[in-house]
Write a protein that binds this ligand. Structure first.
Ligand code: ZN
Length: 311
């Protein structure tokens, strides 16, 4: 059996000049080369250099597996397909239509990122229909000798997938497990709009835990070797954040004021938990805290509406 080192290589895309922010995984098995989450177009040249280190060009790739279509994970997929029209792009069916026609995806991202969008993520080219391999969960995606079971794991995004390699007992969980740099225990949730659902998220964590993984791989950033403990900590942290958002909403403050308080509270907590200040800054920057506030705000309001209509 090939070792994990020979099959999986982490390519650090060094997003915004910051190492350990967005990881792309190169999967190489029996002459087949695939990428899990290639990252945004703004880091395409770093990705290219990373591939080159393994003797590969974009033309040597066969498939792209997307955990979800957010720009930090999938932004470069259209550019890669343009360069290599043979690529198969595996993506959840709800996400497939948005990467075939990214206008809606880009409009909603532009609302969140404004004029910074291009600098942060670069362009998002459409992926031709014939390259798309839509998934719903329950399928097997084969890369050489590796067979990935596809799990539907919504919560962070309504179209989020997890790829499970039962041979290594390793799950590529995208953003289901939050943000933790390999070796750390601190977890920063990522809860951007528009799809956040804690109910679905907890079910997704249950589904991953039920696989009894020996490790999980987070896009932000690297392996977690005690995945069940990590996911339990994460579950608690998500609940704490949701409670904080609910409290702030009920405090009578304006949403803008409450949002600022949320960001300050979370940044303060991060600085306390992560004593090295540049490491704390790394989490605060990568966390996109105001976006997480907006995502949880939307979720909390939806919950409230649901509760009211049930009365
Ligand atoms: Zn992400």
């Amino acid at each position: 059996m090939p070792t994990e080192e020979s099959v999986y290589k982490i390519i650090d895309t060094i997003w915004m000049g910051r190492p350990k922010s967005i990881a792309c995984v190169l999967v190489q098995s029996e002459g087949i080369n695939a990428l899990i989450d290639p990252g945004p177009t703004s880091t395409l040249e770093t990705l290219r250099a990373g591939l080159q280190e393994h003797g590969l060009r974009v033309q040597d790739l066969h498939a792209i597996l997307l955990t979800h279509i957010h720009l930090d994970h999938a932004g470069s997929v259209g550019s890669l397909v343009k360069e290599n029209p043979q690529l198969d792009v595996f993506v959840h069916e709800f996400g497939a239509k948005h990467i075939a026609d990214p206008a809606k995806l880009l409009a909603s991202a532009a609302r969140l990122y404004g004029g910074e969008m291009d600098r942060m993520y670069g362009e998002f080219l459409p992926v031709p229909q014939e390259n798309l391999r839509p998934l719903a969960g329950g399928e097997i995606v084969t890369v050489g000798a590796r067979k990935f079971s596809v799990l539907y794991t919504p919560g962070h995004a309504s179209h989020h997938l997890t790829f499970w390699d039962s041979l290594d007992k390793n799950a590529f969980v995208g953003d289901v497990g939050g943000i933790t740099v390999e070796g750390d225990t601190f977890i920063m949730p990522a809860t951007p709009p528009p799809d956040i659902s804690l109910d679905l998220w907890n079910k997704s964590l249950d589904a991953i835990a039920a696989l009894k993984p020996e490790k999980i791989f987070l896009t932000h950033f690297g392996y977690q070797h005690d995945p069940v403990a990590h996911m339990e900590r994460y579950r608690k942290k998500l609940a704490d954040w949701a409670a904080l958002v609910k409290d702030l909403l009920e405090s009578g403050k304006s949403e803008e004021e409450a949002g600022k308080e949320f960001v300050d509270a979370v940044a303060g907590e991060t600085r306390q938990a992560v004593s090295n200040s540049s490491e704390a800054d790394h989490y605060i920057f990568n966390g996109g805290l105001y976006l997480s506030w907006l995502g949880l705000l939307r979720y909390t309001k939806k919950q409230k509406e649901k509760a009211q209509s049930a009365i």
